[in-house]
Design a protein around this ligand. Structure first.
Ligand SMILES: CC(C)(COP(=O)(O)OP(=O)(O)OC[C@H]1O[C@@H](n2cnc3c(N)ncnc32)[C@H](O)[C@@H]1OP(=O)(O)O)[C@@H](O)C(=O)NCCC(=O)NCCS
Length: 144
């Protein structure tokens, strides 16, 4: 896996992948999926052997803490390490920004994925965009 920072030219492909995963597959309204945070976020991507963009995620800095979100892997490419590669690159980017902790709102179905990457759940389960979520955190650098 060679997850890397996205450039401006990658952004339409990232938007298309997120639309496929969140809007079409999960039923999240498009106006919620695309928000104002995208402009200031660090975006990461991964491609398959054919060069197809199959995974993405973003990092924001809020109140001095890293916030990871919009983790999406194309349905046809799941379970092949692309999500873990994107997450590891987001951690690396967070460390480069001097952050010592990252947080995310995990869909409950993805909780085990984040636990494998060193996250622990904090607080209660809540609904976001009609989907059950739990807040999770991990310290950095750890094993980035
Ligand atoms: C959740 C998601 C990002 C995981 O990406 P992925 O590329 O399929 O995951 P990987 O192949 O990198 O898996 C890394 C590890 O996590 C495990 N894992 C993957 N998805 C998991 C899940 N939903 N629950 C528990 N473990 C999971 C894998 O088995 C693997 O374990 P291993 O290291 O022991 O082999 C992807 O399934 C996805 O995009 N789902 C739909 C959108 C979504 O739910 N996004 C998350 C929003 S919070």
């Amino acid at each position: 896996m060679t997850a890397r920072l996205a450039g401006a030219a990658d952004r339409p492909e990232i938007a298309a992948l997120r639309t496929r995963v969140f809007v079409e597959e999960q039923g999240v309204p498009a106006e919620i999926e695309q928000d104002a945070h995208d402009a200031g976020a660090v975006h990461v991507l991964d491609r398959d052997d054919d060069g197809r963009l199959v995974a993405t995620g973003r990092l924001l800095v809020r109140d001095g803490r890293g916030v990871i979100g919009r983790m999406a892997v194309d349905a046809s490419a799941r379970g092949a390490g692309h999500g873990a590669a994107v997450l590891a690159e987001l951690h690396r980017q967070a460390v480069l920004l001097g952050l010592t902790e990252v947080e995310l709102h995990a869909q409950l179905t993805a909780r085990g994925f984040y636990e494998r990457a060193g996250y622990a759940a904090v607080g209660d389960v809540y609904q976001e965009a009609g989907i059950a979520h739990v807040t999770m955190r991990r310290a950095l650098p750890g094993e980035v």
